[in-house]
Design a protein around this ligand. Structure first.
Ligand code: ASP
Ligand code: MG
Length: 416
Protein backbone atom coordinates (compact mmCIF):
# COMPACT_ATOMS: atom_id res chain seq x y z
CA UNK A 1 0.00 0.00 0.00
CA UNK A 2 1.26 3.45 -0.95
CA UNK A 3 0.34 6.90 0.28
CA UNK A 4 -0.03 9.84 -2.11
CA UNK A 5 -0.37 13.27 -0.57
CA UNK A 6 -1.63 16.17 -2.68
CA UNK A 7 -1.13 19.65 -1.26
CA UNK A 8 -3.35 22.69 -1.63
CA UNK A 9 -1.46 23.95 -4.68
CA UNK A 10 -2.10 20.69 -6.56
CA UNK A 11 -5.85 21.04 -6.10
CA UNK A 12 -6.17 24.79 -6.39
CA UNK A 13 -8.39 24.60 -9.48
CA UNK A 14 -10.31 22.23 -11.75
CA UNK A 15 -7.19 21.62 -13.84
CA UNK A 16 -5.41 20.39 -10.71
CA UNK A 17 -8.21 17.95 -9.89
CA UNK A 18 -8.06 16.57 -13.45
CA UNK A 19 -4.31 16.20 -13.22
CA UNK A 20 -4.62 14.37 -9.90
CA UNK A 21 -7.11 12.03 -11.54
CA UNK A 22 -4.58 11.20 -14.24
CA UNK A 23 -1.93 10.37 -11.65
CA UNK A 24 -4.28 8.29 -9.51
CA UNK A 25 -5.81 6.43 -12.48
CA UNK A 26 -2.44 4.74 -13.05
CA UNK A 27 -2.65 3.17 -9.61
CA UNK A 28 -5.85 1.14 -10.01
CA UNK A 29 -5.60 -2.20 -8.12
CA UNK A 30 -2.37 -1.13 -6.46
CA UNK A 31 -3.50 -0.18 -2.98
CA UNK A 32 -3.40 3.54 -2.43
CA UNK A 33 -4.41 6.10 0.16
CA UNK A 34 -4.86 9.61 -1.18
CA UNK A 35 -4.34 12.28 1.47
CA UNK A 36 -5.62 15.64 0.42
CA UNK A 37 -5.19 19.23 1.63
CA UNK A 38 -7.65 22.09 1.43
CA UNK A 39 -7.88 23.60 -2.06
CA UNK A 40 -5.50 26.46 -2.84
CA UNK A 41 -5.49 29.07 -0.09
CA UNK A 42 -8.70 27.87 1.56
CA UNK A 43 -7.09 27.25 4.96
CA UNK A 44 -6.06 30.90 5.07
CA UNK A 45 -9.58 31.90 4.05
CA UNK A 46 -11.11 29.77 6.81
CA UNK A 47 -8.64 31.32 9.26
CA UNK A 48 -10.11 34.71 8.33
CA UNK A 49 -13.61 33.40 8.99
CA UNK A 50 -12.53 32.13 12.38
CA UNK A 51 -10.91 35.46 13.21
CA UNK A 52 -13.99 37.48 12.27
CA UNK A 53 -16.23 35.04 14.10
CA UNK A 54 -14.28 35.01 17.35
CA UNK A 55 -13.86 38.78 17.38
CA UNK A 56 -17.46 39.39 16.30
CA UNK A 57 -16.27 41.60 13.48
CA UNK A 58 -18.18 42.48 10.29
CA UNK A 59 -17.36 40.79 6.98
CA UNK A 60 -17.96 37.19 7.98
CA UNK A 61 -20.85 36.73 5.59
CA UNK A 62 -18.81 38.07 2.62
CA UNK A 63 -15.89 35.80 3.43
CA UNK A 64 -18.22 32.83 3.75
CA UNK A 65 -19.73 33.55 0.33
CA UNK A 66 -16.25 33.93 -1.16
CA UNK A 67 -15.16 30.49 0.09
CA UNK A 68 -18.41 28.90 -1.05
CA UNK A 69 -18.11 30.50 -4.47
CA UNK A 70 -14.48 29.36 -4.81
CA UNK A 71 -15.46 25.71 -4.34
CA UNK A 72 -18.61 25.98 -6.43
CA UNK A 73 -16.78 27.50 -9.37
CA UNK A 74 -14.35 24.55 -9.38
CA UNK A 75 -17.28 22.15 -9.13
CA UNK A 76 -19.11 23.85 -12.01
CA UNK A 77 -16.08 23.14 -14.18
CA UNK A 78 -15.88 19.51 -13.12
CA UNK A 79 -19.48 18.31 -12.80
CA UNK A 80 -22.93 18.53 -14.37
CA UNK A 81 -25.12 20.94 -12.48
CA UNK A 82 -27.33 18.16 -11.09
CA UNK A 83 -24.42 16.12 -9.68
CA UNK A 84 -24.78 14.74 -6.14
CA UNK A 85 -21.59 16.52 -5.05
CA UNK A 86 -23.33 19.93 -5.00
CA UNK A 87 -25.71 18.71 -2.32
CA UNK A 88 -22.88 17.19 -0.24
CA UNK A 89 -20.85 20.40 -0.36
CA UNK A 90 -23.93 22.48 0.48
CA UNK A 91 -24.39 20.36 3.62
CA UNK A 92 -20.83 21.11 4.76
CA UNK A 93 -21.36 24.83 4.23
CA UNK A 94 -24.56 24.59 6.23
CA UNK A 95 -22.56 23.00 9.07
CA UNK A 96 -20.06 25.87 8.98
CA UNK A 97 -22.92 28.36 8.94
CA UNK A 98 -24.59 26.71 11.93
CA UNK A 99 -21.35 26.88 13.88
CA UNK A 100 -20.70 30.53 13.19
CA UNK A 101 -24.30 31.44 14.05
CA UNK A 102 -23.59 30.42 17.64
CA UNK A 103 -21.61 32.46 20.14
CA UNK A 104 -17.92 31.48 20.27
CA UNK A 105 -16.44 30.00 23.43
CA UNK A 106 -13.45 31.54 25.18
CA UNK A 107 -11.10 28.88 23.86
CA UNK A 108 -9.65 30.37 20.70
CA UNK A 109 -7.65 27.33 19.58
CA UNK A 110 -10.69 25.08 20.00
CA UNK A 111 -12.80 27.45 17.88
CA UNK A 112 -10.04 27.55 15.29
CA UNK A 113 -9.98 23.79 14.76
CA UNK A 114 -13.76 23.58 14.73
CA UNK A 115 -13.89 25.93 11.72
CA UNK A 116 -10.57 25.65 9.91
CA UNK A 117 -10.62 21.85 9.60
CA UNK A 118 -13.50 22.04 7.09
CA UNK A 119 -11.15 23.01 4.23
CA UNK A 120 -9.93 19.43 3.93
CA UNK A 121 -13.44 18.01 4.30
CA UNK A 122 -14.59 20.09 1.33
CA UNK A 123 -11.64 19.27 -0.92
CA UNK A 124 -11.78 15.55 -0.20
CA UNK A 125 -15.51 15.38 -1.05
CA UNK A 126 -15.00 17.18 -4.36
CA UNK A 127 -12.00 15.08 -5.39
CA UNK A 128 -13.72 11.85 -4.28
CA UNK A 129 -16.74 12.54 -6.49
CA UNK A 130 -14.62 13.53 -9.45
CA UNK A 131 -12.49 10.39 -9.23
CA UNK A 132 -15.61 8.25 -8.90
CA UNK A 133 -17.20 9.85 -11.96
CA UNK A 134 -14.03 9.20 -13.88
CA UNK A 135 -13.90 5.50 -13.34
CA UNK A 136 -11.79 5.22 -10.20
CA UNK A 137 -13.37 2.92 -7.63
CA UNK A 138 -12.57 4.29 -4.22
CA UNK A 139 -13.76 4.89 -0.69
CA UNK A 140 -13.99 8.21 1.16
CA UNK A 141 -12.63 7.97 4.70
CA UNK A 142 -13.32 10.58 7.35
CA UNK A 143 -9.95 11.34 8.98
CA UNK A 144 -11.82 12.62 12.03
CA UNK A 145 -12.81 9.03 12.70
CA UNK A 146 -9.30 7.63 12.22
CA UNK A 147 -6.63 10.12 13.25
CA UNK A 148 -7.21 10.42 16.99
CA UNK A 149 -5.46 13.11 18.97
CA UNK A 150 -5.26 14.78 22.33
CA UNK A 151 -6.96 18.16 22.75
CA UNK A 152 -3.97 20.42 22.05
CA UNK A 153 -6.04 22.36 19.53
CA UNK A 154 -4.19 23.75 16.50
CA UNK A 155 -1.27 21.41 17.20
CA UNK A 156 -2.87 18.21 18.29
CA UNK A 157 -0.71 15.26 19.31
CA UNK A 158 -1.46 11.85 17.95
CA UNK A 159 -2.91 9.07 20.11
CA UNK A 160 -0.78 6.50 18.34
CA UNK A 161 -2.26 3.25 19.62
CA UNK A 162 -5.87 4.23 19.04
CA UNK A 163 -5.07 5.68 15.62
CA UNK A 164 -3.16 2.56 14.63
CA UNK A 165 -5.92 0.15 15.58
CA UNK A 166 -8.66 2.21 13.90
CA UNK A 167 -6.59 2.73 10.75
CA UNK A 168 -5.84 -0.98 10.48
CA UNK A 169 -9.56 -1.70 10.65
CA UNK A 170 -10.56 0.99 8.18
CA UNK A 171 -7.90 0.53 5.52
CA UNK A 172 -8.17 -3.23 5.36
CA UNK A 173 -8.22 -3.82 1.62
CA UNK A 174 -4.63 -3.52 0.48
CA UNK A 175 -5.67 -3.45 -3.19
CA UNK A 176 -8.23 -0.68 -2.80
CA UNK A 177 -8.02 3.07 -3.25
CA UNK A 178 -9.05 5.35 -0.40
CA UNK A 179 -9.23 9.10 -0.12
CA UNK A 180 -8.99 10.96 3.17
CA UNK A 181 -8.07 14.38 4.55
CA UNK A 182 -4.69 15.61 5.66
CA UNK A 183 -4.18 18.03 8.55
CA UNK A 184 -7.24 17.00 10.56
CA UNK A 185 -8.28 14.50 13.19
CA UNK A 186 -10.39 14.47 16.30
CA UNK A 187 -10.12 13.91 20.01
CA UNK A 188 -11.32 10.66 21.56
CA UNK A 189 -14.59 12.49 22.25
CA UNK A 190 -14.97 13.41 18.55
CA UNK A 191 -14.06 17.09 18.71
CA UNK A 192 -12.24 18.13 15.53
CA UNK A 193 -8.55 18.99 15.82
CA UNK A 194 -5.80 20.08 13.45
CA UNK A 195 -2.16 19.04 13.43
CA UNK A 196 -0.55 22.43 12.77
CA UNK A 197 -0.33 24.43 9.54
CA UNK A 198 0.94 22.47 6.56
CA UNK A 199 0.20 19.34 8.54
CA UNK A 200 -1.06 17.20 5.66
CA UNK A 201 2.42 15.80 5.04
CA UNK A 202 2.42 14.69 8.63
CA UNK A 203 -0.98 12.99 8.18
CA UNK A 204 0.46 11.05 5.25
CA UNK A 205 3.41 9.97 7.39
CA UNK A 206 1.13 8.94 10.28
CA UNK A 207 -0.91 6.69 8.02
CA UNK A 208 2.24 5.28 6.41
CA UNK A 209 3.61 4.48 9.84
CA UNK A 210 0.54 2.82 11.34
CA UNK A 211 -0.16 0.83 8.17
CA UNK A 212 3.50 0.07 7.37
CA UNK A 213 3.07 1.48 3.87
CA UNK A 214 5.59 0.68 1.18
CA UNK A 215 6.23 4.36 0.36
CA UNK A 216 4.87 7.87 0.73
CA UNK A 217 4.81 10.40 -2.08
CA UNK A 218 4.24 14.10 -1.65
CA UNK A 219 3.08 15.63 -4.96
CA UNK A 220 4.18 19.24 -5.08
CA UNK A 221 4.38 22.26 -7.34
CA UNK A 222 8.20 22.04 -7.38
CA UNK A 223 10.47 19.48 -9.15
CA UNK A 224 11.53 17.95 -5.82
CA UNK A 225 13.61 19.23 -2.93
CA UNK A 226 15.54 22.24 -4.15
CA UNK A 227 18.55 23.92 -2.56
CA UNK A 228 16.50 27.09 -2.03
CA UNK A 229 12.94 28.29 -2.33
CA UNK A 230 12.34 29.26 -5.99
CA UNK A 231 10.01 32.03 -4.78
CA UNK A 232 13.01 34.07 -3.68
CA UNK A 233 16.00 32.35 -5.29
CA UNK A 234 16.11 32.42 -9.09
CA UNK A 235 18.72 29.70 -9.74
CA UNK A 236 17.92 26.63 -7.70
CA UNK A 237 19.42 23.14 -7.95
CA UNK A 238 17.33 20.01 -7.47
CA UNK A 239 18.59 17.46 -4.95
CA UNK A 240 17.83 13.93 -6.13
CA UNK A 241 18.55 11.97 -3.01
CA UNK A 242 18.92 12.82 0.67
CA UNK A 243 18.96 10.98 3.97
CA UNK A 244 16.21 11.13 6.57
CA UNK A 245 18.68 12.87 8.85
CA UNK A 246 19.41 15.67 6.39
CA UNK A 247 15.70 16.07 5.60
CA UNK A 248 14.95 16.40 9.31
CA UNK A 249 17.62 19.09 9.63
CA UNK A 250 16.22 21.00 6.63
CA UNK A 251 12.65 20.81 7.89
CA UNK A 252 13.76 21.86 11.37
CA UNK A 253 15.46 24.98 10.03
CA UNK A 254 12.29 25.89 8.17
CA UNK A 255 12.55 24.41 4.66
CA UNK A 256 8.90 24.53 3.72
CA UNK A 257 9.03 21.62 1.35
CA UNK A 258 8.31 19.13 4.16
CA UNK A 259 6.48 19.57 7.43
CA UNK A 260 9.01 19.03 10.26
CA UNK A 261 7.07 16.25 11.99
CA UNK A 262 6.81 14.19 8.82
CA UNK A 263 10.19 12.52 8.80
CA UNK A 264 10.25 10.75 12.13
CA UNK A 265 7.42 8.23 11.59
CA UNK A 266 8.82 7.40 8.16
CA UNK A 267 12.37 7.01 9.37
CA UNK A 268 11.26 4.79 12.25
CA UNK A 269 9.76 2.29 9.84
CA UNK A 270 12.24 2.91 7.05
CA UNK A 271 9.53 4.02 4.61
CA UNK A 272 10.93 6.02 1.68
CA UNK A 273 9.48 9.46 1.02
CA UNK A 274 9.30 10.77 -2.53
CA UNK A 275 8.80 14.45 -3.30
CA UNK A 276 7.57 14.63 -6.88
CA UNK A 277 6.41 17.31 -9.30
CA UNK A 278 2.69 17.30 -9.69
CA UNK A 279 2.78 18.88 -13.13
CA UNK A 280 5.44 16.45 -14.44
CA UNK A 281 4.48 13.11 -12.93
CA UNK A 282 7.03 11.24 -15.08
CA UNK A 283 9.94 13.03 -13.38
CA UNK A 284 11.70 11.30 -10.51
CA UNK A 285 11.75 14.17 -8.01
CA UNK A 286 13.65 13.59 -4.78
CA UNK A 287 13.91 10.44 -2.70
CA UNK A 288 14.42 10.67 1.04
CA UNK A 289 15.54 7.40 2.57
CA UNK A 290 18.26 5.65 4.53
CA UNK A 291 21.57 6.60 2.95
CA UNK A 292 24.71 4.64 3.83
CA UNK A 293 27.42 6.78 2.25
CA UNK A 294 27.60 10.46 2.79
CA UNK A 295 26.21 12.52 -0.08
CA UNK A 296 27.86 15.81 -0.96
CA UNK A 297 25.48 18.70 -1.26
CA UNK A 298 25.56 22.18 -2.72
CA UNK A 299 24.85 24.92 -0.17
CA UNK A 300 21.18 24.67 0.84
CA UNK A 301 19.48 27.94 1.77
CA UNK A 302 16.50 28.27 4.06
CA UNK A 303 14.81 31.57 4.80
CA UNK A 304 12.32 32.26 7.56
CA UNK A 305 10.51 35.56 7.21
CA UNK A 306 8.74 37.63 9.82
CA UNK A 307 11.01 36.78 12.72
CA UNK A 308 11.19 38.59 16.03
CA UNK A 309 14.33 38.96 18.13
CA UNK A 310 13.59 39.16 21.85
CA UNK A 311 16.37 40.10 24.26
CA UNK A 312 15.80 39.38 27.91
CA UNK A 313 17.87 40.83 30.77
CA UNK A 314 17.48 40.48 34.51
CA UNK A 315 16.30 43.85 35.85
CA UNK A 316 19.13 44.05 38.38
CA UNK A 317 21.92 43.37 35.85
CA UNK A 318 22.65 40.02 37.45
CA UNK A 319 23.94 37.20 35.26
CA UNK A 320 21.68 35.09 33.13
CA UNK A 321 21.86 31.84 35.06
CA UNK A 322 20.08 28.53 35.11
CA UNK A 323 17.22 29.70 37.31
CA UNK A 324 16.41 32.61 34.95
CA UNK A 325 16.67 30.31 31.97
CA UNK A 326 14.28 27.76 33.37
CA UNK A 327 11.78 30.54 34.06
CA UNK A 328 12.15 31.90 30.54
CA UNK A 329 11.66 28.45 29.00
CA UNK A 330 8.65 27.67 31.16
CA UNK A 331 6.97 30.79 29.79
CA UNK A 332 7.97 30.06 26.21
CA UNK A 333 6.33 26.67 26.62
CA UNK A 334 3.26 28.18 28.23
CA UNK A 335 2.67 30.46 25.23
CA UNK A 336 3.73 27.72 22.80
CA UNK A 337 6.39 29.89 21.21
CA UNK A 338 8.77 28.07 18.92
CA UNK A 339 12.32 29.25 19.34
CA UNK A 340 14.23 29.21 16.07
CA UNK A 341 17.57 30.40 17.44
CA UNK A 342 18.95 31.40 20.82
CA UNK A 343 22.11 32.99 22.13
CA UNK A 344 23.25 34.21 25.50
CA UNK A 345 25.78 36.62 26.92
CA UNK A 346 26.56 37.42 30.54
CA UNK A 347 23.55 39.60 31.21
CA UNK A 348 21.27 38.97 28.28
CA UNK A 349 19.50 36.04 26.67
CA UNK A 350 18.22 36.39 23.11
CA UNK A 351 15.72 34.30 21.26
CA UNK A 352 14.52 34.43 17.69
CA UNK A 353 10.98 33.21 17.05
CA UNK A 354 8.21 33.37 14.48
CA UNK A 355 6.42 36.66 15.02
CA UNK A 356 3.04 35.22 15.90
CA UNK A 357 1.87 38.42 17.56
CA UNK A 358 -0.97 36.95 19.58
CA UNK A 359 1.51 34.72 21.42
CA UNK A 360 4.60 36.95 21.40
CA UNK A 361 2.96 39.99 22.98
CA UNK A 362 1.40 38.00 25.82
CA UNK A 363 4.78 36.41 26.43
CA UNK A 364 6.61 39.76 26.43
CA UNK A 365 3.94 41.26 28.66
CA UNK A 366 4.35 38.56 31.26
CA UNK A 367 8.16 38.56 31.03
CA UNK A 368 8.26 42.29 31.70
CA UNK A 369 7.05 41.70 35.25
CA UNK A 370 10.46 40.22 36.04
CA UNK A 371 12.88 41.15 33.26
CA UNK A 372 13.89 43.98 31.00
CA UNK A 373 12.69 42.90 27.56
CA UNK A 374 13.57 44.45 24.21
CA UNK A 375 12.40 43.25 20.85
CA UNK A 376 12.89 43.80 17.12
CA UNK A 377 10.36 42.73 14.52
CA UNK A 378 10.36 42.18 10.74
CA UNK A 379 13.63 40.23 10.56
CA UNK A 380 14.74 37.39 8.31
CA UNK A 381 16.49 34.30 9.55
CA UNK A 382 18.68 32.55 7.00
CA UNK A 383 20.17 29.12 7.47
CA UNK A 384 22.79 27.78 5.08
CA UNK A 385 23.49 24.05 5.33
CA UNK A 386 26.80 22.97 3.76
CA UNK A 387 27.86 26.59 3.60
CA UNK A 388 30.93 28.15 2.04
CA UNK A 389 32.15 31.75 1.88
CA UNK A 390 30.50 32.42 -1.44
CA UNK A 391 27.16 31.18 -0.18
CA UNK A 392 27.42 33.35 2.92
CA UNK A 393 28.25 36.46 0.91
CA UNK A 394 25.31 35.84 -1.34
CA UNK A 395 23.03 36.09 1.68
CA UNK A 396 24.54 38.76 3.92
CA UNK A 397 25.76 41.32 1.41
CA UNK A 398 24.02 44.64 1.94
CA UNK A 399 22.19 43.48 5.06
CA UNK A 400 22.60 44.24 8.73
CA UNK A 401 23.50 41.17 10.81
CA UNK A 402 21.79 41.11 14.21
CA UNK A 403 22.90 37.64 15.24
CA UNK A 404 24.98 34.86 13.73
CA UNK A 405 25.87 31.31 14.58
CA UNK A 406 28.03 28.76 12.83
CA UNK A 407 28.61 25.08 13.34
CA UNK A 408 30.54 22.68 11.13
CA UNK A 409 27.75 22.25 8.56
CA UNK A 410 25.34 25.07 9.33
CA UNK A 411 25.62 28.85 9.30
CA UNK A 412 22.74 31.01 10.49
CA UNK A 413 22.18 34.74 10.18
CA UNK A 414 19.48 36.97 11.54
CA UNK A 415 19.26 39.86 9.12
CA UNK A 416 17.50 43.14 8.63
N1 ASP B 1 -4.48 22.96 4.56
C1 ASP B 1 -3.56 22.98 5.65
C2 ASP B 1 -2.69 24.21 5.56
O1 ASP B 1 -2.71 24.90 4.55
C3 ASP B 1 -2.73 21.75 5.73
C4 ASP B 1 -1.78 21.54 4.58
O2 ASP B 1 -1.91 22.14 3.53
O3 ASP B 1 -0.88 20.71 4.73
O4 ASP B 1 -1.99 24.50 6.49
MG1 MG C 1 -2.53 24.00 2.50
Amino acid sequence: MKIYKFGGASVKDAEGVRNLTKIVSKEKNNGLIIVISAMGKMTNALESIENLYVKGMPGLEEKFVEIKEFHESIMRELFNSDAEVFEKIAQVFQEIKNLTDKKPSMNRDFEYDKIVHFGEVLSSIIVFHYLKENGVTLQWVDAREVIRTDSTYREARIEWDTTASIAQEVFTDRQAIYITQGFIGSTLSNIPTTLGREGSDYSAAILAYVLKAESTTIWKDVPGILNADPRWCPDTIKISEISYREAIELAYYGAQVIHPKTMKPLQNKNIPLYVRPFSNPEEAGTIIHEVKDEISFPPIYIRKDNQVLISIQPKDFSFIAEDNLSEIFARLAKYRIKVNLMQNSAISFSIVADNDESRIFYFIGEMRNDFRVLYNQHLELYTIRHYNEEAINKIITGKEILLQQKSRRTARFLLR
